[in-house]
Ligand binder design. Structure first.
Ligand SMILES: Cc1cc2nc3c(=O)[nH]c(=O)nc-3n(C[C@H](O)[C@H](O)[C@H](O)COP(=O)(O)O)c2cc1C
Length: 252
């Protein structure tokens, strides 16, 4: 009986908290359209031919692709690295996972980067978000209402070299964190394939994939992958498997 009450209470808590922190809707299952596969294949083929050209040119050594103030992640070998995984992710106290050292989305981003051998860029704001979950919800709510574009730390060097950009973020108040919009404002995404992915605690992708499509009309924005944050944080092999299946389906 006690157990039953606890289960009902936690379901109610989740519904209330997520509603308080944004819109709630069912998680979307990843789907891979044939057109998505074709878009990826076209860019990967281009990448292969670029690699050949680079080799024929006797290799360009300096290709330090990505830098942030907090971290420098220059690829050691630029050959074939035309894929970027850019993600926003916040550690500290979060819904359903307690206080964490590494954000849920970052965990997924790292799996993707390792599977497709991509460079990565952590989208971080100059002013960090509060470590306290409720305080962070308040700041994020205000930023959403204000359509804020918080200033970012660091930049992606040579963004033009990337053909494929995986763009990752958590759902905040039924949308992307405003910092992701700042990131999209900061670069020319023309002719790039943009592949969204996100974590959430009940809202799925919350319409953000089509929002990215509208925001970046000159990019080819594919259908993305949504994973529950708690799953990413606590069930690493399930998460790795989901990422791997999704990437396979996309033709990587
Ligand atoms: C400010 C804030 C707002 C949130 N809003 C929602 C929401 O609207 N819907 C939802 O499903 N989850 C929401 N969440 C939960 C996050 O999407 C989820 O915990 C995510 O995995 C966090 O990813 P991160 O650790 O990479 O930042 C919110 C979390 C925060 C901190």
């Amino acid at each position: 009986m006690k157990h039953k009450i606890a289960v009902i209470a936690s379901a109610l808590f989740m519904a209330l908290t997520i509603t308080a922190c944004g819109a709630s809707e069912p998680a979307s299952a990843p789907s891979v359209a044939e057109t998505d596969k074709a878009a990826v294949q076209e860019k990967l083929n281009k990448q292969d031919s670029n690699t050949d050209e680079t080799k024929a040119d006797d290799k360009q050594s300096d290709n330090s692709a990505v830098t942030t103030q907090a971290e420098t992640e220059a690829p050691t070998d630029s050959d074939g690295k035309n894929i970027l995984v850019a993600y926003f992710s916040r550690a500290d106290e979060n819904y359903n996972v307690g206080t964490i050292d590494k954000g849920n989305t970052q965990i997924v981003a790292e799996y993707i980067a390792s599977e497709v051998d991509a460079d990565s860029f952590h989208i971080e704001t100059v002013t960090p978000y509060p470590a306290d979950y409720d305080d962070c919800c308040d700041v994020a709510k205000k930023e959403l209402a204000d359509k804020a574009r918080p200033e970012l730390n660091g930049t992606v060097d040579n963004m033009e070299q990337y053909d494929i950009v995986f763009l990752g973020y958590p759902i905040w108040w039924g949308d992307m964190p405003m910092a992701v919009y700042t990131f999209m404002d900061s670069y020319d995404f023309s002719d790039k394939v943009v592949i969204p992915f996100n974590t959430h605690e009940g809202s799925g992708e919350s319409g953000t994939y089509s929002a990215i499509g509208s925001y970046l009309p000159n990019a080819q924005v594919l259908d993305g992958m949504a994973i529950q944050g708690k799953t990413a944080q606590e069930f690493s092999s399930d998460t790795q498997q989901s990422v791997s299946d999704w990437l396979d389906g996309l033709g990587f």
